[in-house]
Design a protein around this ligand. Structure first.
Ligand SMILES: C[S@@+](CC[C@H](N)C(=O)[O-])C[C@H]1O[C@@H](n2cnc3c(N)ncnc32)[C@H](O)[C@@H]1O
Length: 265
């Protein structure tokens, strides 16, 4: 396995796949066979409120339901603490907006996936929120062939290549969330998730303009590759979301997609 932030390709059979070997990258395998830590038994569990997933699947949208507004209000104080502690207080252009970071944070908090993957990390702005939200004992993997994150990589395995250059056979697909922000064809990414039997995905830049990336995802829906899609609303209910002095990025149609993992039978 690549060490945290090492930038190396993951090892297979104790050999690092990069320098000596001319093997096609697709034969390499991430060491995901390690057991993912389970919740300790007998832990006191607080009475849960509605999860984001329940809200997404049960609410009618638009308009925003009261449940969603209450959910945002309940989540904001915790999110603001994470935002204030972000190591990139003046990130480069190209990162997601603060509102989208909020949704990503709460998507991970609500789904509690065992593995969180980001494809397209740039400096690590969104990756920080994914990492902070990821449950204890989960794995966080990040892929970017062109940029290395500038945040501390504690608890993150970073790989400087496309996620399809790895063999993720041991992935607990139904308990994995992949966030795609890599400007790659979104329809193809959906097909890759179907193939890998990954259930939860989020896509950034799912533009509604016909000349941008929205249509490929729509086609994925039409082809029965996705079970449900939900475009997160642009948040303006708190100054933290509209402070464009420190956060220049605008909202760009963050979309949750539940992949139809049964489509391959
Ligand atoms: C919009 S930026 C990501 C922003 C980041 N998610 C954030 O919010 O801070 C897009 C990134 O995708 C990366 N990228 C391009 N092709 C990629 C690929 N095949 N796999 C993963 N990342 C890729 C680019 O290098 C770039 O850093």
């Amino acid at each position: 396995m690549a060490t945290e932030g090492s930038g190396e390709r993951p090892e297979q059979n104790g050999v690092t796949g990069e320098a000596e070997s001319e093997q096609p990258a697709a034969t390499e395998e991430l060491e995901l066979t390690e057991p993912v830590e389970q919740d300790a038994p007998n832990e006191t569990v607080e009475e849960p409120g509605p999860t984001l997933y329940q809200i997404l699947t049960e609410m009618k949208y638009p308009p925003l339901g009261a449940a969603l507004e209450a959910f945002i209000e309940a989540g904001l104080p915790e999110f603001k603490e994470v935002l204030v502690a972000h190591p990139l207080q003046n990130p480069e252009n190209g990162h997601c907006s603060v509102g989208e970071a909020f949704w990503l944070y709460w998507l991970v908090k609500s789904l509690e996936p065992k593995v969180v993957i980001e494809s397209g990390s740039l400096e690590g702005y969104s990756l920080w929120f994914l990492r902070q939200a990821a449950p204890q004992g989960s794995r966080v993997l990040a892929f970017d062939p062109h940029n290395e994150p500038a945040i501390p990589l504690d608890g993150i395995d970073f790989y400087p290549f496309d996620w399809m250059e790895t063999n993720l056979n041991a992935l607990p697909g139904r308990e994995t969330l992949v966030f795609f922000d890599d400007h790659f064809n979104q329809r193809v990414r959906v097909e890759q998730c179907v193939w890998r039997r990954i259930r939860h995905t989020a896509f950034h830049d799912n533009y509604t303009r016909p000349d941008q990336g929205h249509l490929p995802l729509r086609y994925a829906g039409l082809a029965d590759l996705v079970r449900c899609q939900f475009i997160f609303p642009d948040l303006r209910c708190d100054p933290v979301f509209t402070d464009y002095e420190t956060n220049r990025q605008a909202y760009r149609w963050l979309t949750y997609c539940e992949i139809n993992v049964g489509v391959l039978g």
